[in-house]
Write a protein that binds this ligand. Structure first.
Ligand SMILES: [Ca+2]
Ligand SMILES: [Ca+2]
Ligand SMILES: [Ca+2]
Length: 363
């Protein structure tokens, strides 16, 4: 079993409740305050402290025990928790939000949010991490296991790589994640990967690197049903290491869409607009803007006449898209993170057809 398969296997077992010992305490954060003060409110800082130390030292929160799960009170919906000092994760901790559009953890432009040590396993679901800043890894620096699902990583910066994520020699899985508005001067604007990184059903858009790429990898990289778009600088740069690109698109970069010192180990029905890196398809992608297409994260949906539609390898088609919509729709699976809604071309009126044509003739 490859490392990626192992990660997915672990997630499936966890989801099915087949590893009951993986969560021993459920701790609920009840305040946006970020304190260690006994005031009746369980802060994120206190929750992580109890989870790390497997005790109830912070009396406002449930005591930690083993592999802990941290939840967030519905009263926090629509609010922001400002993380003023980064949280060091050196054990098995899950942060389980209620939706990426409902709660943000922000570094307020002053710090990164998480540091995962080699003994740490951090699982983040259904949260927005934003406005982090660090020399590298503006939101998360990971040397351990990192799994992020159905979340947004945005508006963060680093000086020398990993505006959002800096992944050392360690494993990371991103599924249903949008990385946007992150930046660096050098290195990967969204992600700097020195470890083993898999992205599935994820969107990397509008990230800025003035001298490099949205994603830079010198480790092992797999892109599966991923959309990389509108990068300032290059889209993907592989400086070394193996990489695979499956049912994915890299398009609309201000620099080159793809730069790789070695060819992809696996390339299956992917589209790289400027014909760099020798993918199956090149040319215009005709993606819509980064916007709310349903689900809890912003995405790019293929437009009516997009070349991405219906041509992805059906054997490699993910069962759902980034929004959680079942694939395939229409006559086949679509390349990228979003399965387009069929209908306009084939069933709607001529009026609809002419409107949509006018729309992209004027792009
Ligand atoms: Ca408190
Ligand atoms: Ca614990
Ligand atoms: Ca389709």
């Amino acid at each position: 079993m490859t490392s990626c398969q192992w990660l997915r296997h672990l997630i499936i077992l966890c989801g099915a409740g087949l590893i009951p010992s993986l969560h021993a305490a459920d701790i609920t954060v009840s305040t946006t305050a970020y304190d260690l003060v006994e005031d009746g409110g369980c802060s994120l800082r206190e929750a992580v402290r109890n989870a790390k130390n497997d005790n109830g030292a912070s009396v406002d929160c449930v005591a930690g025990l083993g592999a802990d799960r941290i939840f967030f009170d519905p009263l926090l919906d629509g609010q922001v928790i400002v993380v003023t000092t980064r949280l060091v994760i050196d054990s098995d901790i899950a942060l389980l939000g209620r939706g990426a559009d409902l709660l943000s953890l922000s570094g307020d432009g002053k710090t990164h949010l998480f540091e995962v040590t080699p003994t740490g396993l951090l699982r983040i679901e259904a949260l927005t991490l934003t406005e982090g800043s660090a020399p590298n890894g503006g939101l998360v620096q990971s040397e351990g296991l990192l799994i992020i699902r159905n979340s947004t990583l945005s508006m963060s910066d680093a000086d020398t790589g990993g505006g959002a994520l800096f992944i050392s020699a360690s494993e990371t899985l991103l599924e249903g994640v949008t990385l946007s508005g992150n930046r660096t001067d050098l290195g990967g604007a969204a992600i700097e990967n020195l470890g083993s990184l898999t992205l599935i059903n994820s969107t990397v858009s509008d990230n800025w690197s003035f001298n490099d790429s949205a994603i830079r990898s010198s480790g092992s990289l797999t892109l599966r049903q991923v959309t990389v778009a509108e990068s300032m600088g290059n889209g993907l740069q592989v400086t070394s290491g193996n990489w695979s690109i499956i049912n994915s698109v890299i398009t609309d970069s201000s620099g080159q869409d793809c730069l790789a010192n070695n060819p992809a180990d696996t390339e299956i029905t992917s589209l790289i607009s400027d014909a760099s890196c020798q993918a199956s398809f090149s040319g215009l992608s005709l993606l819509g803007p980064l916007t709310d297409n349903g689900g809890t994260t912003l995405t790019h949906a293929p437009e009516d006449f997009s070349a991405l539609r219906e041509i992805a390898d059906p054997l490699e088609c993910e069962p759902i898209d980034q929004r959680g919509v079942a694939r395939p729709l229409g006559i086949g699976c679509d390349i990228g993170a979003v399965e387009a809604t069929p209908g306009l071309i084939f069933s709607d009126s001529f009026e609809t057809l002419s409107v949509s044509r006018r729309h992209y003739w004027h792009r």
